[in-house]
Design a protein around this ligand. Structure first.
Ligand code: NAI
Ligand code: F6P
Length: 390
C-alpha cells in the first residue's frame, strides 16, 4: 500500500511517517527542502529518537520523497496512492490543494477507482473537511462526482509533541514518547488499510475538542505566559510553580466546559490534565517558547484553542478568569521573528484593541468575554512580568 504525505517536517517525519511505515505503507513525502528530499531519496530511511532517559532510537524505513514543485510526479504519485496525509500547517492547506486536485484528476482519468483516503493531520477542527473544500474548486464537475464516490476525507486529531530539531543528521527527529492519533471511523471506505496504533472513533468531536482545548490550549498558554515572563523554553516555564499553576487553572476552566459538554468523567479528566502537564515538563525535551507560541493570529482566531473554548464556557456560565488572561497574554506576543505576531501588533496599533477582539477573534463588543479580555490586557500591559509571575 502506498501513502503520500505532504510535509516532511517535525510531525511529518516524527509521527505520521513513522506510524505509516510501521503499518507497512510505503511512504512518499512531498516536501520543499531539496537537501532533505535528496537525503530521503538516497537513504530511504531516517532515525527517530524518543525523548526518554534512554533516548531509544528506531529506524523508519520504506520512505522516499519528491519535491512539491515537480507537479507531474506529485500527480502521478497521488494517482496510484491508497492514502494521502498532510502535516504542513493549517494555513498551508490552500497551497497543496491544487497539486492534490491534479493527482485526483489523473487518477480518475486512469479509471483508478480504488478507495483513496485523504487525512489532514493538522492542529485544527475539521482539517480534512477544510482541505476538501480547498481541493474541490480545482476539479471539473465529472471528476468531482467521481471523487465523491471513491475519495473520502476523514477528519482526525493528532497529538505528539515534536519540537524543532537540532541534530547533525538533518533527517533525525526527536519526539516525545506519548502519541495519540484519532480518526473518524464513519468516513472510512471499504478497503481502507488500518494504521496500527490509530484510534478509530464513531464521533470525533469529543476527542478533538478534548485534545485541542486541553493540550493545545495549555501548551500555548504556557508559551504566551512564559514569553512575557522572559523564559526561553517550555521546560523552564513548567519549572516555575506560579506559571505551572496558571497553566493548570486554564486547563481546569476549559476542562469544566468539556466535562459539561461531552459528559467526561471528572476524575479521569483531571488525570488527563495531570498527564499533559507532565508531558509539557518532560526533562528530556527542549521546546522553544516561540515555537509553541507561533502564529498568534491563527491561535486567537474564532475556532481555535483560545476563543472557542472561552465562548463555549461562557455559554455554560463557567467563569474563565485564567483563560481570558491567557488570551490577553497571547495578544501581547511580539516576537519579531514571527510574521503573524508582527502583523497582530500592527493591527492592534492601527485599529485598537476592541476592534481586534471583535474582528479577528470574533467576540462581539457586547459579549462579556470581550470586556474581560480588554481588562486583562490592560492589566498585563501595565506590569508585564509582575502580573504574569504573581
Ligand atoms: N510539532 C508538533 O508537536 C505538532 C504539530 N502538529 C501540527 O502538524 C502540522 C505541522 O507542524 P510541524 O511538523 O510542527 O511543522 P514543521 O514546520 O516542522 O513542518 C511543516 C512542514 O511542511 C512543509 N510544507 C509547508 N508547505 C508545504 C507545501 N506547500 N508543500 C510541501 N510541504 C510543505 C514545510 O516545509 C515543513 O517541512 C501543523 O498543522 C501543526 O499544528 C500537530 C500536533 C503536534
Ligand atoms: O502547531 P501549532 O498549532 O502552532 O501549535 C504549537 C505546538 O503545540 C502543540 O500544539 C502541543 O503539543 C503542538 O502540537 C504544536 O506543534
Amino acid at each position: 500500500m502506498k501513502a503520500v504525505h505532504f510535509g516532511a517536517g517535525n510531525i511529518g517525519r516524527g509521527f505520521i511517517g513513522h506510524m505509516l511505515s510501521a503499518s507497512d505503507y510505503d511512504v512518499c513525502f512531498v516536501a520543499r527542502n531539496p537537501k532533505k528530499i535528496s537525503m530521503l531519496q538516497q537513504r530511504q530511511e531516517y532515525p527517530i529518537t524518543l525523548a526518554n532517559k534512554q533516548q531509544d532510537t528506531t529506524i523508519v524505513n520504506n520512505v522516499t520523497a519528491i519535491n512539491v514543485n515537480e507537479q507531474r510526479r506529485v500527480a502521478e504519485e497521488i494517482a496510484s496512492a491508497d492514502l494521502i496525509t498532510t502535516a504542513v500547517g493549517v494555513s498551508a492547506l490552500g497551497d497543496i490543494a491544487e497539486p492534490i486536485a491534479k493527482g485526483i484528476y489523473l487518477r480518475m482519468k486512469a479509471n483508478n477507482y480504488n478507495p483513496l483516503h485523504i487525512i489532514a493531520c493538522e492542529n485544527a477542527i475539521g482539517g480534512s473537511t477544510r482541505l476538501k473544500k480547498r481541493i474541490y474548486p480545482f476539479l471539473d464537475e465529472r471528476t468531482r462526482a467521481k471523487a465523491e464516490r471513491y475519495i473520502s476525507f476523514p477528519n482526525a486529531a493528532v497529538d505528539r509533541i515534536v519540537p524543532a530539531q537540532n541534530h547533525e543528521d538533518p533527517l533525525q527527529v526527536t519526539v516525545e514518547p506519548f502519541y495519540e492519533w484519532v480518526v473518524h471511523r464513519p468516513a472510512l471506505l471499504d478497503g481502507f488499510k488500518e494504521i496500527h496504533g490509530v484510534h478509530y472513533v464513531d464521533s470525533l468531536e469529543p476527542y478533538i475538542e478534548r485534545k485541542m482545548f486541553t493540550v493545545n490550549t495549555g501548551h500555548c498558554v504556557a508559551a504566551y505566559l512564559g514569553y512575557l515572563a522572559g523564559f526561553r523554553t517550555i521546560r523552564q516555564v513548567m519549572s516555575n510553580s506560579t506559571l505551572r499553576a496558571k497553566v493548570r487553572h486554564v486547563m481546569e476552566e476549559t476542562g469544566a466546559m468539556l466535562i459539561r459538554k461531552h459528559g467526561f468523567d471528572t476524575e479521569k479528566h483531571q488525570k488527563y490534565i495531570d498527564t499533559i502537564l507532565e508531558r509539557f515538563a518532560n526533562p528530556n525535551l527542549t521546546d522553544q517558547v516561540t515555537r509553541v507560541a507561533r502564529s498568534p493570529l491563527r491561535k486567537l482566531s474564532p475556532h481555535d484553542r483560545l476563543v472557542r473554548p472561552a465562548m463555549q464556557a461562557s455559554e455554560f456560565g463557567i467563569a474563565i478568569p485564567h483563560l481570558t488572561s491567557a488570551m490577553a497574554a497571547a495578544m501581547l506576543f511580539d516576537d519579531k521573528r514571527d510574521e503573524e505576531a508582527m502583523k497582530m501588533q500592527h493591527i492592534i496599533r492601527e485599529n485598537g484593541l476592541s476592534s481586534f477582539i471583535h474582528d479577528r477573534m470574533g467576540i462581539p463588543e457586547e459579549h462579556p468575554v470581550h470586556q474581560q479580555v480588554l481588562t486583562r490586557y490592560e492589566e498585563l500591559q501595565r506590569s508585564k512580568i509582575n502580573a504574569v509571575l504573581t
